[in-house]
Design a protein around this ligand. Structure first.
Ligand code: GLN
Length: 325
């Protein structure tokens, strides 16, 4: 068999593996969809897709991978990257910590001593991060943020106006966090504008294919494998992946790191991204959530992928999947 034929065989058996994985977990109906705003409660709970993009730009996908949904908390990863580019690591660390919390994503809590939000992957930290995005006015800040997302997805992205409006009207907890941070000087600019930008970033529409390509971009030193263009300065990829690894799965982050061992981020939309540095990005979408706000099927799929293909960062079994060579 030539090397080319060999690769084709690996690719087609990997695609079959994903199809089997999808049908195995399709019957899993535990959990419930987010219902804190009516727009999210309306989602079809049965939607389910798994996508994997390699750093060479090959994409393997199964299920409803074209279905659009709002990115929600997965946005926090990418906005953190933009804030790092805008301010550099040392300054950002004075405003947002990098400690896992053990609390839920929407806890109204700051670090007792430093008054910083614990990390950029929980709501308080994400709001503080978003407030640091540069721009001369709200429109320029929004456009810079959308441009950033477009570098990762390789196409235009839009804010879902009805989700944004609902988030804005009902986001009292997020407002409370912003006021607390304003009180302690952790947010400086107009908090209503910062909150609007945060609600807008949560309401950006993506599909599961996009999630995998965005994750693969982080796996590929910040270079989008589809366009070949830099989406985020490669210097900051390790900062982003570190906070994903320790804080990305909310108060499940420790168990996730232990069992699954991949930098990841979930959102209340039911999406999860997971990054295998130097190799591939994983996107999973299934809206039914567990009590911590993580997709039930998404966690199972990532767990099985990690075990089957030795994807845990500290796996030394030599059992690693190789789709590229
Ligand atoms: N829009 C949601 C919020 O701010 C996002 C939370 C999430 O995805 N966990 O509460």
């Amino acid at each position: 068999m030539t090397k080319q034929e060999d690769l084709q065989t690996v690719a087609s058996s990997f695609q079959s593996f994903l199809e089997e994985l999808h049908s195995k977990y399709n019957s899993l109906q535990d959990g419930s969809v987010a219902n804190y705003i009516p727009e999210l409660a309306k989602v079809n709970p049965d939607l389910f897709s798994i996508c994997i993009a390699t750093i060479n730009g090959d994409v393997y996908e199964v299920g409803h991978y074209k279905e659009l949904f709002t990115i929600q908390s997965i946005s926090k990863v990418f906005v953190y990257g933009l804030a790092l580019e805008d301010h550099r690591r040392d300054y950002l660390l004075t405003k947002v910590g990098v400690e896992p919390t053990g609390d839920g994503f929407n806890a109204i809590i700051l670090d007792e001593k430093s008054k910083r939000p614990y990390n950029p992957m929980v709501n308080a930290g994400a709001i503080a991060t978003t407030s640091l995005i540069k721009g001369s006015d709200a429109t320029e800040r929004l456009n810079r943020m959308l441009d950033m997302f477009q570098r990762y997805t390789a196409h235009n992205v839009f804010v879902d106006i009805s989700v944004f409006t609902s988030e804005r009207i009902t986001g009292h907890r997020n407002r409370a966090m912003a006021h607390l941070m304003l009180h302690f000087g952790m947010i400086e600019q107009n908090i209503d504008e910062a909150l609007d930008l945060y609600f807008q970033q949560c309401s950006v529409m993506v599909n599961c294919h996009d999630l995998a390509v965005m994750a693969a971009t982080l796996a590929n030193k910040g270079i989008n494998p589809i366009t070949g263009k830099q989406a985020v300065d490669s210097r900051y990829v390790k900062d982003i992946l570190s906070v994903m690894y320790t804080c990305g799965m909310y108060n499940f982050a420790g168990e996730w790191a232990y069992k699954i061992g991949i930098p990841a981020k979930s959102g209340i939309c039911g999406g999860i991204i997971a990054v295998i540095p130097g190799r591939m990005g994983i996107g999973v979408f299934s809206p039914r959530l567990d009590s911590r706000g993580n997709s039930v099927r998404g966690v199972k799929v990532c767990e099985e992928l990690s075990q089957q293909f030795g994807l845990h960062l500290f796996d030394c079994s030599g059992n690693q999947l190789n789709l590229d060579s």
